[in-house]
Design a protein around this ligand. Structure first.
Ligand code: SF4
Length: 181
């Protein structure tokens, strides 16, 4: 039964469309049945020689929906949402690049096509909503995020403590209650 004193929140259209896109992507990946052995290499960027790129809307969604990062942001070597067992702690909010990447050799040729197809869709989504594309490495988004640029809700810090402008106060150590909240 619905409590009439608490109206249902109105769905954010970008969030709804992004979640639908991610669901379609996840289904397309599942059809190809790649195997994940939780090697953790997808998230240890420097060690395995890759960089996670994502667009601004994906970053905003990740920052707003993911739990607090597990450690301070480094210089791009690793993702701060990976736990010590190699698992992603931001799984439901992870961006396209994480959803499409698997180190299963049998799946290797599938990722580029899926990436191209869904990135094009994502770009159209950003254009429809007149949002900045800014496809950049994760650590650049984390470093450069300016919460005051979002004309929305205040920021809810991930944790207590660090003084303003210290590294620990930068995005990635904050929960950004921005456009997607
Ligand atoms: S968001 Fe999750 S899957 Fe993506 S790099 Fe970080 S820990 Fe890995």
């Amino acid at each position: 039964m619905t409590d009439e004193s608490e109206p249902e929140p109105i769905a954010n259209p970008i969030e709804t469309e992004l979640e639908a896109l991610y669901a379609r992507l996840d289904a397309s990946v599942a059809e190809r049945a790649p195997i994940c052995r939780i090697s953790g290499r997808c998230c240890r960027f420097q060690e395995y020689g890759h960089t996670l790129f994502l667009s601004s809307i994906e970053f905003e969604y990740l920052a707003a929906k993911a739990p607090p990062p597990l450690r301070p942001i480094d210089d791009g070597a690793t993702c701060p949402w990976q736990d010590t067992a190699g698992r992603c702690t931001a799984r439901t909010a992870r961006p396209l690049g994480c959803r499409v990447y698997f180190c299963d050799p049998a799946y290797e040729g599938e990722a580029p096509d899926l990436t191209e197809r869904f990135l094009a869709e994502l770009k159209r989504l950003a254009e429809r909503h007149e949002r900045t594309w800014n496809y950049a490495p994760l650590h650049r988004h984390l470093r450069d995020w300016d919460p005051s640029s979002v004309d929305a809700d205040p920021i809810t810090p991930f944790g207590e403590g660090p003084s303003a402008n210290s590294d620990a106060q930068r995005p990635g150590s904050e929960r950004v209650a921005g456009f997607f909240s």
